[in-house]
Design a protein around this ligand. Structure first.
Ligand code: G6P
Ligand code: MG
Length: 218
């Protein structure tokens, strides 16, 4: 039976995926590197350093410059998230978190972002999580399962008793690799490998999710 839920943050609970895009776009513009919204799709769920390397498209820079570029992007991102408030929680997300907790199940955050704690504080949902796994928690990033395994361990639950909710292809792969149930948020092309695919959390009810996931129980 399902005893816990692990939520990705950016693009699942709030639309910070858009702010990540705008911050990378500003950096790319400054460097004179073309960068489109479509290209940004490939960066969903990808950590800061790997994202920068993808954006640079093979251009090489000394390590000190790479560090400066990552700091610059993060500075832009921090400017955007300073504006975040409880109104920026995506439709259905808070309700689902509350429903899960009311049912006596556990909740964890599983985000690759080093800014995850600040974001959930600003959104006013920090107290809805029993555990937080973020960009500081593990070395190997998604699509490796490490971050979600760490989150499950913090909840004291085996992966087979947990559902991961993800909007990124790398995140869906990470969850599958770890032996979790997966709910994918977004288009089929991106999260189609998940057990359940939803356009958003707006209509997500705990009982429906659990019932549908039971079909996949081993
Ligand atoms: C999440 C986002 C990515 C972001 C990564 C690292 O996975 O989906 O777009 O690059 O976190 O975030 P950070 O806030 O540490 O730069
Ligand atoms: Mg995400």
């Amino acid at each position: 039976t399902i005893q816990g839920f692990i939520f990705d943050l950016d693009g699942v609970l709030t639309d910070t995926a858009e702010y990540h895009y705008r911050a990378w776009k500003r950096l790319a513009d400054e460097l004179g590197i073309p960068f489109t919204r479509e290209e940004n799709e490939a960066l969903r769920g990808i950590p800061r350093r790997e994202s920068l390397l993808l954006l640079l498209k093979g251009r090489t820079y000394p390590e000190a410059v790479l560090s400066e570029l990552m700091d610059r992007k993060n500075g832009y991102y921090l400017e955007f998230i300073r504006e975040l408030s409880p109104r920026d929680v995506l439709p259905g997300a808070r309700e689902l978190l509350q429903e899960i907790r009311a049912a006596g199940l556990k909740t964890a955050l599983g985000s690759a972002s080093k800014n995850a704690r600040e974001v959930i504080e600003r959104l006013g949902i920090a107290e809805l999580f029993d555990a937080v796994a973020d960009g500081y928690s593990v070395t190997r990033q998604k699509p490796a399962p490490d971050l979600f395994l760490h989150a499950a361990a913090l909840l004291n639950l085996p992966p087979s008793a947990c559902v991961v909710v993800e909007d990124a292809e790398a995140g869906v792969e990470a969850a599958l690799a770890g032996g979790f149930y997966v709910v994918g948020i977004g288009p089929q092309e991106r999260v189609g490998r998940a057990h359940i695919v939803l356009p958003s959390l707006a209509e997500a009810r705990l009982s429906d999710l659990c019932q549908q996931l039971l079909h996949y129980a081993a």
